[in-house]
Each structure stands twice: as structure tokens, then as C-alpha cells.
Design a protein around this ligand. Structure first.
Ligand SMILES: *Cc1c(COP(=O)(O)O)cnc(C)c1O
Length: 384
């Protein structure tokens, strides 16, 4: 991806991160150290949650959340049909059953109507995914969750700093889970975080992150002596990752300002193209974190997505697809639950017709205009 002039995403690593990792490697505290604790405290403060718990990645963060909330065999968990497979996989990890919900055609988010229908026979948990950074209507979702007694675990992997009614996503659910994969809003190479404002839940998350130890490393009266009271895993983040995370957090305001400006510039250019539909960056009280700009191509297939992807690639512009297909129609889930094509029409339409364009902080001045020109030319040629 990095031989493109404008890749879809590019990690923004500088000399600060390099020096921070070198400092970790020059010392002896490689895990369980002060950097992860500092990173957790600063992240929690930024999001507005009482606790943040580092994890190996966002998938681990969501897995820990379901375990700590006691979601397990026999439980039904609502998951959007249009998401990264990780959201559904964690439901499988704990032996619960994912109930897939189709999308709202205007935003790509999980349809609240579909969620209400799924909630009627009883749900144990709901996993909203803020699709490409735009928050769901968390007031309406909270009411649905309350109506059936479901817990909410937010997948905020691409929604860092997105807000609903002025409040950051991740603070609406019992937990909120974030990703620091290289192309996300900030990176720790691989990494994740769970936020919660529930003290007991934070303890349960920490315990399951580290083997189920009843006492953490710093709490033991006698070194090396502990008991295990629950089945835990090893899903920790190390000190080098946390050191990178601290550097990235210090730069995050500038990254987010660049995303917002790039999105606005690209959006203004593409708004002139009648044949394209753009998913909104603002909807009611929801404000996107601008993970990327999703353009939906004309239903008549002129141009088809492959044509646009190729035209942009020829000019060194990277694109992506979110996502290549509805999760319930991926072979594993189809074989397991028997879902058939046609069952998730909006998700299938989005999977086939949308293209994700870059707006990250790696773009140079003029790049949004370059991307827009390439898209416009591809549309014009296909319709000539
Ligand atoms: C990237 C992503 C994940 C997985 O995050 P990892 O940190 O790679 O585990 C989960 N959900 C969504 C919506 C994502 O975009």
C-alpha cells in the first residue's frame, strides 16, 4: 500500500515514537509498566470515562468486554451486518449467538428498526459499530437496550473522538472499545483500549486481561504468589506499544483537525457530482470522526466500483471497501447460521456499490482535490 502516492491510510510515526520505543528497550520494564498506566489515564480523560484498560487490539478489547459482562452460551447479541468481522467473531469466542441487523441506507449504521425487531424476543447484548466514524443515535439505541435489559458494548474502532450530543462515543455503553491498528485514527502498531465508568467492570476487565489473577503484579504481598478465580487470557499491551500510544495521543488533535479539513474539502468537491451519494459526516446530534469518506456509486453501475478503483490506482490513489460483504454472508457465518443472499439487502448494496476514499492526516495540501478530480473523471467517462 505504501508505494502509492496517496495510500488509503498511512501510520504517522515520527522521531518522537522512535525515541520513546528506544527508551523502553534501553530499560527493563517491558510489560506491566508505568507507560501503559499513563496511557490508560490520559485516554480515559480524553474520552470522558472513569477507566481505560489497554488491550492487545480492539478485538481483544471487545472479547474482554463480553467476558467481563458475563455474556456467554445461550445469549443472543445484536451485531450489524455491515462491520469488520471482529465484531461478530468476539460473540462466537464467548459461545453466544450473533443476531445480524441490516443497515440504515442513509448512514450505513445498524438500522434501529431492525434492532427493535431483534430486541423483541430478548437480547443479552447490543454491539453498535459507529460506521466509518458516524455515531448511531445513541439515545434511541439506549432506549431499545433498556426495553429488553441488554448491555451495550460499543465498537469504536474507527470512531475515536466522534460525538453524539457532545459526548464522546465509548461512554454510552457499559464499555467502549477502540483500535490502534496502523491505519486507524492513531496507532500503537497493534493495540486496543476498553473504556468504562463502572469500577467493578474495570476490575473484571483487568483480571481477564491477565490470566484471571486475583492480585495484579503490584498488589501481591509475596512476589509471584497469586490465586486464579476466573478463566483469564493474556491480552495485554506492552510498554513499547504504550510509549507509542502516548506520543500519538499528544499528536491526536492535529491528526483529527487534518481529517476533518480533508473530509470537508473532498466532500465539497464531490457534492457537485449528482451521481454520487455521500454518507453524512453530521447527522442530528451525531458528529463523525472522519475515518474515511464513503461514496456510493450509481445504482445503474455506471461506473462500476472496479472501474473507479482502477482509475484511482492508476493515479497512485489508494481506496478501500467497507466492507467486502455483509458478515453474515461470509462463508464461515453462512455455513454456521444458513443466512442467504438477499437477507441483508442494504448491507449487500453498500458492500457492492460504495468506495472508501482517504481523508487521513497523511494527505498533502491539494490531495483532496486530486482525489476528487480523479473520481469525477471516472464518473464522466463512464457516463459519456
Ligand atoms: C479495525 C476494526 C476492528 C478490529 O480492530 P483490531 O485492533 O485490528 O482488533 C474491529 N471493528 C471495527 C469496526 C474495525 O474497523
Amino acid at each position: 500500500m505504501s508505494d502509492e502516492a496517496i495510500p488509503f491510510g498511512r501510520p504517522m510515526i515520527g522521531t518522537e515514537e522512535q525515541a520513546a520505543v528506544a527508551a523502553v528497550l534501553a530499560g527493563t520494564q517491558l510489560v506491566h509498566g508505568p507507560r501503559a498506566k499513563d496511557f490508560e489515564e490520559r485516554f480515559a480523560a480524553r474520552i470522558g470515562a472513569r477507566h481505560a484498560v489497554t488491550a492487545g487490539n480492539c478485538t481483544a478489547a471487545m472479547h474482554l468486554s463480553l467476558m467481563a459482562l458475563g455474556v456467554g452460551p445461550g445469549d443472543r447479541v445484536a451485531v450489524p451486518a455491515m462491520t469488520h468481522v471482529a465484531t461478530a467473531h468476539v460473540v462466537e469466542y464467548v459461545g453466544a449467538t450473533p443476531v445480524f441487523v441490516d443497515c440504515d441506507p442513509e448512514t450505513g449504521n445498524m438500522s434501529l428498526e431492525g434492532l427493535r425487531a431483534a430486541a423483541a424476543p430478548g437480547l443479552r447484548a447490543i454491539m453498535p459499530v459507529h460506521y466509518l466514524g458516524l455515531p448511531l443515535d445513541m439515545a434511541a439505541l439506549g432506549a431499545i437496550a433498556a426495553s429488553c435489559g441488554a448491555v451495550v458494548v460499543e465498537d469504536c474502532a474507527v470512531a475515536l473522538d466522534a460525538t453524539f450530543d457532545g459526548r464522546k462515543v465509548g461512554t454510552f455503553g457499559a464499555t467502549g472499545c477502540f483500535s490502534f491498528y496502523p491505519t486507524k485514527h492513531m496507532t500503537t502498531l497493534e493495540g486496543g483500549m476498553v473504556v468504562t465508568s463502572d469500577d467493578a467492570l474495570a476490575g473484571a476487565l483487568r483480571q481477564r486481561r491477565a490470566f484471571g489473577y486475583d492480585q495484579m503484579l503490584g498488589e501481591r504481598k509475596r512476589p509471584g504468589v497469586y490465586d486464579v478465580t476466573v478463566l483469564g487470557y493474556n491480552l495485554r499491551m506492552n510498554e513499547a506499544q504504550a510509549a507509542i500510544g502516548l506520543c500519538q495521543l499528544a499528536k491526536l488533535d492535529s491528526f483529527q483537525a487534518a481529517r476533518s479539513a480533508n473530509d470537508a474539502a473532498l466532500r465539497a468537491e464531490l457534492a457537485e457530482v449528482d451521481e454520487l451519494t455521500l454518507f453524512p459526516a453530521v447527522r442530528g446530534p451525531a458528529r463523525s470522526s472522519h475515518y474515511c469518506l464513503n461514496a456510493t456509486l450509481p445504482r445503474d453501475g455506471k461506473p462500476g466500483r472496479d472501474v473507479v478503483v482502477t482509475a484511482l490506482r492508476d493515479q497512485g490513489i489508494g481506496t478501500s471497501v467497507h466492507y467486502p460483504g455483509p458478515v453474515p454472508l461470509m462463508s464461515y457465518y453462512r455455513a454456521r447460521y444458513g443466512h442467504a443472499p438477499g437477507a441483508f439487502p442494504i448491507a449487500e448494496w453498500i458492500a457492492e456499490q460504495t468506495i472508501s476514499l482517504p481523508v487521513g492526516p497523511h494527505l498533502a495540501p491539494g490531495d483532496p482535490e486530486r482525489i476528487a478530480t480523479a473520481v469525477k473523471e471516472a464518473v464522466r467517462r463512464a457516463r459519456a
